[in-house]
Design a binder for this molecule. Structure first.
Ligand SMILES: Nc1ncnc2c1ncn2[C@@H]1O[C@H](COP(=O)(O)OP(=O)(O)OP(=O)(O)O)[C@@H](O)[C@H]1O
Ligand SMILES: [Mg+2]
Length: 174
């Protein structure tokens, strides 16, 4: 399908704690792309159906989120940051980055944040079973899905450099 955007849209996904927000923020510094943190957007614009006490997070209203983003995504030049990827229209993204973190490193990051019990276990299982990589591969063309390791600051620097190069060289399809 042809698209009219002049700049690419990148989706940065992965298990909570793998470094989506940190990576996306660094990428914004290095490019002229705009960071859209879906969690923040949902909170700020009330794009949810209340609070899930069990999962300890908002119940995101996916339709409202997609409606809110449509215009910006058509324009292009966005980095979307979210720990899910199957409800966005496939046509929105030129690159889908799945950040991955070694289990013990992720465990330390999540416990440092104060995650315990089911929240900690659910997130660890999400990473162990590569849930986001599978979701990305099932939702987008495999040739735009890019798994990237995010264990260390060096990994992050390398990922930001790779994605900056990719964004600079991106050409609109005609
Ligand atoms: N590659 C990395 N190397 C070292 N530390 C990292 C790396 N990526 C993230 N971190 C650290 O891990 C913590 C979690 O990172 P961040 O908040 O970016 O994760 P996230 O994927 O956005 O999580 P969430 O889905 O919950 O928003 C932060 O303290 C961040 O500094
Ligand atoms: Mg985040």
């Amino acid at each position: 399908m042809s698209q009219s955007r002049k700049k690419p849209n990148i989706l940065v996904t992965g298990t909570p704690g793998t470094g989506k927000t940190t990576t996306a923020s660094a990428l914004v510094e290095a490019t002229s792309l705009r960071h859209i943190n879906i969690g923040d957007l949902v909170r700020e614009r009330n794009l949810h159906d209340g609070w899930d006490d069990q999962l300890d997070c908002h119940i995101i209203n996916e339709d409202l989120v997609c409606d809110e983003l449509e215009e910006m995504m058509e324009e292009g030049g966005n980095i979307v940051d979210y720990h899910g990827c199957d409800f966005f229209p496939e046509r929105w993204f030129d690159c889908v980055v799945v950040l991955q973190t070694e289990n013990s490193v992720l465990y330390d990051r999540l416990t440092k944040r104060g995650y315990t019990g089911a929240k900690l276990t659910n997130n660890m299982e999400c990473e162990i079973f590569q849930v986001l990589l599978e979701e990305a591969k099932n939702s987008y063309s495999e040739d735009i899905v890019v798994p990237l390791r995010s264990d260390t600051i060096d990994d992050m620097d390398r990922n930001v450099a790779t994605l900056t190069d990719w964004a600079r060289n991106w050409q609109p399809r005609c």
